[in-house]
Ligand binder design. Structure first.
Ligand code: ATP
Ligand code: MG
Length: 447
């Protein structure tokens, strides 16, 4: 139950407020003088103060009220204070509201208005405390992760990203193959580097192979090495990336593009740790941790016959699914600020534009956007125009409209329960609240 402290030398006012507020399940405690009121506050557990402006019988200047307000404010800057004032002190009350008082009510007050004001302030206080608690919890988790692990300069704030990072750090220690899935530019390579940095082989090499960058025979030579003359253009014998990654991590990027013959050989190395260079019969043995990544749907490729199922299960002992940037909206502004660098800031229009954009190119697109904006912006402040993002609004793409319908439909399906609707939409509860706010959908307005 919330508790309101009434500081007023007139006992009948205290009684009237007591009766009125108790009807709304709000407890009141009284203090007849400023010192007593301040002492009661120190004892704790007060959620709101209602204070008079005059205490001494011989003056009606309101000065004691002003002094009391400032004393309370100095010790409890976040505590809401409502001033009860005579009409002669309205100017002073207005000044004090500017100085941080929550509101003022002229005597005789309107009961309904007083109750509404008190209730709103109490609710706001409760919401603020919960938000602060949540932020503190998040900051602590953030610090714990950063303190315990080498996160390679990763920037994040969204809970979805945090889950990915926690999983990556957890599996880093185990010597198991990891498959990182996610769309273009989402940060898959960054996550692979984090796994390497926190693994038992962190002092070993980190070798990257892009399986989509070379034609079939060259990718095999790249991975396993080749003896001189093994294929056209193979001048002298050379080691492949598996040998180069011995004692460390081999990062197989775009694994979905590995041609069938390469898939067979890769499967064999994963099963036995053994392979041969092209054109050689000599077996080589390596200790290599394999981390692979793909933006392709490997399960669909297996169905279509273009990716080996047995290889998939070898690679995918642990899957880390990196969501698209749009699905972790809390990351967008911190990342944008990070790419912008110190000394430049985003105005609120720019932030709104960043949050509206769909980011098909994910973090890479955001990085490019911010680098361009940083070059083009004249001053230190980046505006929406500097970002050069496609104009938002229904006329441009129809997408915000779709979004709104999707959000409303999801809310309706879940009887307005935001947590459940958020689950269906793949958003965090906070992200959905923000989206609702942006779209002008009122909380609890589901029909
Ligand atoms: N959370 C992050 N904090 C800081 N930089 C990031 C973050 N995520 C990604 N980046 C940067 O964004 C760019 C794209 O990331 P990365 O190359 O890891 O994506 P990717 O998923 O491997 O992309 P692709 O599928 O195109 O290979 C890189 O410059 C990377 O350093
Ligand atoms: Mg990549």
């Amino acid at each position: 139950m919330a508790t309101v402290l009434v500081i007023d030398d007139n006992a009948s006012i205290g009684t009237a407020l007591d009766v009125l507020l108790s009807l709304h399940d709000i407890r009141t405690v009284h203090a007849a003088a400023p010192d007593e009121g301040v002492a009661r506050l120190e004892a704790g557990d007060i959620d709101l103060v209602i204070q008079d402006m005059n205490f001494a019988a011989d003056t009606t200047s309101g000065e004691e009220g002003r002094a009391l307000f400032h004393r309370i404010r100095a010790r409890h800057p976040d505590l809401p204070v409502i001033l009860l004032t005579a009409w002669t002190h309205l100017d002073m009350a207005v000044d004090l509201v500017k100085a941080g008082a929550a509101d003022y009510l002229a005597k005789p007050w309107d009961d309904q208005r007083l109750v509404t004001t008190v209730k709103n302030l109490l609710e706001l206080g409760q919401a603020t405390r919960e938000l602060q608690k949540k932020l503190r919890r998040e900051r602590r988790r953030h610090e714990e992760l950063e303190h315990q692990y080498d996160l390679r300069g990763m920037v994040w704030r969204d809970a979805a990203t945090e889950r990915v990072l926690a999983l990556a750090c957890q599996v880093a220690k185990a010597d198991l193959p990891v498959l990182i899935t996610g769309p273009n530019g989402a940060g898959k390579e960054r996550v692979a580097a984090i796994i390497q940095a926190n693994s038992g082989v962190r002092h070993g090499p980190f070798v990257t192979v892009n399986c989509g960058a070379l034609p079939s025979e060259l990718i095999e030579a790249e991975l396993f090495g080749a003896e001189a003359g093994a294929y056209t253009g193979a001048g002298k014998s050379r080691a492949g990336k598996f040998e180069a990654a011995h004692g460390g991590t081999l990062f197989l990027d775009e694994i979905g593009n590995l041609p069938p013959a390469g898939q067979v050989k890769l499967l064999r190395v994963l099963e036995t740790g053994r392979f041969q260079r092209l054109g050689s019969n000599e077996e080589k043995q390596v200790q290599v941790r394999v981390v692979s990544a793909t933006n392709a749907d490997l399960r669909a490729m297996i169905k279509a016959g273009s990716f080996r199922e047995d290889l998939f299960y070898r690679l995918n002992v642990i899957e880390i699914a990196l969501p698209p940037l749009a699905r972790r909206p809390d990351d967008i502004v911190p990342l944008a600020q990070h790419f912008l660098g110190a000394g430049k800031r985003l105005d609120s229009g720019a932030e709104a534009a960043l949050l509206r954009h769909a980011w098909p190119g994910n973090v890479r697109e955001l990085k490019n956007t911010m680098q361009r904006a940083s070059l083009l912006a004249r001053g230190e402040t980046i505006t929406a125009t500097d970002l050069g993002l496609p104009a938002a609004g229904p006329a441009a793409s129809g997408e915000p409209e779709l979004d709104r319908a999707a959000v409303e439909a999801a809310l309706a399906r879940h009887g307005g329960v935001v947590a459940q609707a958020a689950g269906e939409l793949g958003l965090s509860r906070q992200a959905l609240y923000r989206r609702m706010e942006r779209l002008g959908i009122a909380r609890g307005a589901a029909s």
